[in-house]
Design a binder for this molecule. Structure first.
Ligand code: ASP
Length: 343
């Protein structure tokens, strides 16, 4: 395809990249896309077409919600055939959740969906937003033999292209804000953009992208810690309407030997609540039969989350719960890779 026929859809949801200081309070708040691009004249030099969709008003990503993931996924699905690739400008705070959710909502994706943002607003002299935006657009437009090089949902930040559902925000200060936990980066941007083809998803062509935009957010995250009280465990696991829990465990999936913990976990799984074991560690894998302290969770009916990030496990669970699967099917699917989210 001719570069001039190449088109990227840029979706601006909000985030620091497009924020400006409130003159009275000094706090950062979102401003519109037109003013933002005014600070990036380089956009006009790219030799492919860029169309834009703007969220009105732009949002701080702390206000992100599954309904907005559905809206985003629907925009991409509606315009899927018209564009070579998609770039989503998004706040960094919950970018890893949105990237994970989109990777489960856009099934059989064969085009790039690149999420990016910035730690410093684009109007600041030292902004990281310009590079992030321009390189993300280049990646979304990149093709070989008429086919997109990247065919999955990614996060691009500070020179690294990462599988979106493997990322976690790890730094609130540095430009290097994201880490791909348990999976190598998919590309590095220096003088050239070096793609690691061996690590990228190679989805089957011709199946057609399908949109899966249902969810059920009756879920919770229960993080274990030394000294956790029975009342906390009971309150979380007996929450009315609760359907799924991400249990954040120690190390390779271990939990303290507490009778009350096992009692409430077992009672919850017996009631059909799906409990998924994900480690509190940034890297490494849950192996529930490695220690007795992990094995007891298996006996209580807890599902192994392997090496999924919290963001991937939580969004996957919400989306599976939104479908008409049986509890057993969801338990099974939580352990199988949909979009490269687990090893
Ligand atoms: N609070 C901002 C947001 O997530 C932070 C950022 O964009 O870096 O929208």
């Amino acid at each position: 395809m001719d570069r001039k026929e190449t088109s990227v859809l840029l979706i601006y949801t909000g985030g620091t990249i497009g924020m400006i200081e409130n003159s009275k309070t000094g706090a950062l708040e979102s401003f519109n896309y037109e003013s933002m691009v005014h600070h990036v004249p380089e956009l006009g030099k790219l030799n492919f077409n860029i169309d834009t969709v703007q969220f009105e008003p732009p949002i701080d990503s702390s206000d992100m919600h599954p309904a907005i993931w559905c809206r985003l996924a629907s925009i991409i699905a509606e315009k899927y055939d018209d564009y070579t690739g998609f770039v989503v400008l998004h706040g960094t705070d919950t970018m890893a959740y949105t990237a994970s959710a989109l990777s489960f909502m856009l099934r059989n994706l064969t085009k790039p969906v690149i999420l990016t943002g910035a730690q410093l607003p684009i109007k600041e002299i030292r902004t990281d937003g310009k590079e992030n935006l321009l390189t993300s657009l280049e990646i979304a437009a990149a093709q070989i033999d008429g086919k997109p090089i990247v065919r999955e949902v990614c996060v691009f930040f500070e020179n690294h292209l990462m599988r979106g559902n493997r990322t976690t925000k790890i730094n609130a200060e540095n430009f290097n804000a994201f880490h791909s936990c348990n999976y190598p980066n998919l590309a590095e941007a220096g003088i050239h953009i070096k793609y690691e083809n061996a690590y990228m998803l190679s989805p089957e062509e011709g199946k057609g992208m399908t949109l899966q935009n249902k969810y059920d957010s009756n879920v919770a995250i229960l993080s274990l810690f030394p000294g956790i009280q029975e009342a906390i465990v009971k309150a979380v696991l007996e929450t009315p309407g609760l359907k799924g829990v991400i249990l954040k465990t120690f190390g390779s999936g271990n939990a303290p030997h507490l009778d009350f913990l096992m009692k409430y976990l077992k009672a919850a799984t017996d009631r059909g609540i799906i409990i998924v074991n994900v480690t509190q560690c940034l890297e490494g894998m849950v192996e529930m039969d490695r220690y007795e302290s992990g094995r007891q969770l298996l006996e209580a009916g807890v599902v192994c989350g392997k090496d999924m990030t919290i963001e991937a496990a939580l969004t996957k669970l919400m989306i599976l719960l939104g479908l008409n699967y049986t509890t057993e099917e969801i338990r099974e699917q939580m352990t199988v890779s949909f979009a490269g989210e687990l090893s």
